[in-house]
Ligand binder design. Structure first.
Ligand code: PEP
Ligand code: MN
Length: 372
């Protein structure tokens, strides 16, 4: 029995409000009964929060750090939810967690980034949930693998879960970055194009890793058309037992939410549509010219391939490639194009050019250039 994904309206109806963003807030971890109650009470008072989160079992990178209070925290969380009339959710990472979370009356569950990477574990959790009607929020896997994220979502659909949402929490990255986890917005955007009915939340807390970036990333998530936000909150963030640097007080959260510009993805007025359509026509024209130019460039690349073949010269000419990167980089910089963009663009262009040259030079050896 495979489910269809509930659109955000259905999730919102369940949550009983039409707030945008749909806001999930609460501490990274439940620490003490007082901390859970104080956080939930303050969040409820803001009137902006649709659901409470708290981690009970914490997947920590290194051992010997706080790994969650365990089962007793479920009771604190559920009681705080009942006291404020808010649904509560926690992270489950195996079938035993599911059993305890359901027994304690959790209203929704989320699948953490370290769990989404593992199809065995996701399947174990999906099997434990078979036939149950509980909303499941699936975080992206730690590595930037869209198929793995979709696969995890599909495992819950296959188990008959009707209310599923995705949570974008960023991706591990080896380079230097201002973020704790790179947002790589193109990945949730691609997810939205593949599953347009799937509600998508953003978790700015785990993307940023520090609180001063939260407002910026939350605004970006809203401008990417995301449905909701999950933000970690703590009455005394600096003293939090986990993820202290990224947590904010319920009061700061309210200021953040009130500062967001909420723009519409659907264009309602004919006048705005016309204005946009005039600008889009100009973009369409330029895109057509850009593609014609790239195609012409590939034509020359094929001629070069023929020439290199006849003269026994390698496809990659490192010196020429370095010169291209340098000169185009200078020009792009003057034109106000970002470094990152021009590097990615040139690499893709070079890759396509090599593919065309490979076909010319090595077709007789059975290489069609596709295996690059
Ligand atoms: C969390 O939400 O506290 C958490 C552990 O998140 P993630 O799985 O995204 O790292
Ligand atoms: Mn956390």
């Amino acid at each position: 029995m495979q489910s269809t994904i509930a659109p955000i309206q259905q999730l919102q109806n369940w949550l009983g409000n039409g707030l945008r963003p749909t806001l999930i807030a609460g501490p990274c971890s439940a620490e003490t009964e007082e901390q859970v109650h104080a956080t939930v009470k303050a969040l409820a008072a803001s009137g902006k929060v649709s659901m409470i989160r708290a981690g009970i079992w914490k997947p920590r990178t290194r051992p010997n750090s706080f790994e969650g209070v365990g089962e007793k925290g479920l009771t604190w969380l559920k009681d705080a939810g009942i006291a404020t009339n808010l649904p509560v959710m926690t992270e489950v990472a195996n079938a035993h967690h599911v059993e305890l979370a359901l027994k304690a009356g959790m209203d929704a569950l989320w699948i953490g980034a370290r769990t989404s990477v593992n199809p065995f574990t996701v399947q174990e959790i999906a099997d434990a949930l078979k036939g149950l009607d509980i909303p499941i929020f699936v975080k992206n896997p730690v590595n930037p693998d869209l198929q793995l994220w979709i696969g995890a979502i599909e495992r819950f659909m296959n188990a008959g879960i009707n209310r599923i949402a995705a949570i974008h929490r960023g991706f591990s990255y080896h380079g230097e970055s201002v973020y704790r986890n790179e947002p790589m917005w193109e990945i949730p955007i691609r997810l939205r194009t593949i599953m347009p009915d799937l509600p998508v939340f953003c978790d700015p807390s785990h993307i940023c890793g520090k609180r001063d970036l939260l407002a910026l990333v939350s605004q970006r998530a809203m401008d990417m058309g995301m449905d909701g936000l999950m933000i970690e909150t703590h009455p005394n963030p600096d003293k939090a037992w986990s993820d202290a640097a990224q947590q904010i007080t319920p009061e700061t959260l309210l200021t953040l939410i009130n500062s967001l510009a909420i723009r519409q993805e659907n264009i309602s007025s004919a006048e705005i549509r016309d204005g946009l359509s005039e600008l889009r026509t100009r973009i369409d024209l330029l895109d057509a010219q850009i593609l014609d130019l790239i195609s012409a460039r590939m034509g020359i690349a094929r001629e070069i391939g023929q020439y290199k073949k006849e003269n026994g010269i390698t496809i990659l000419q490192l010196e020429r490639w370095m010169e291209i990167v340098k000169t185009r980089g200078f020009r792009a910089d003057k034109l106000g194009l970002s470094d990152d963009f021009i590097r990615n663009y040139l690499e893709q262009l070079h890759k396509e050019s090599i593919l065309h040259q490979t076909r010319v030079m090595n077709a007789s050896k059975g290489d069609d250039g596709v295996m690059w």
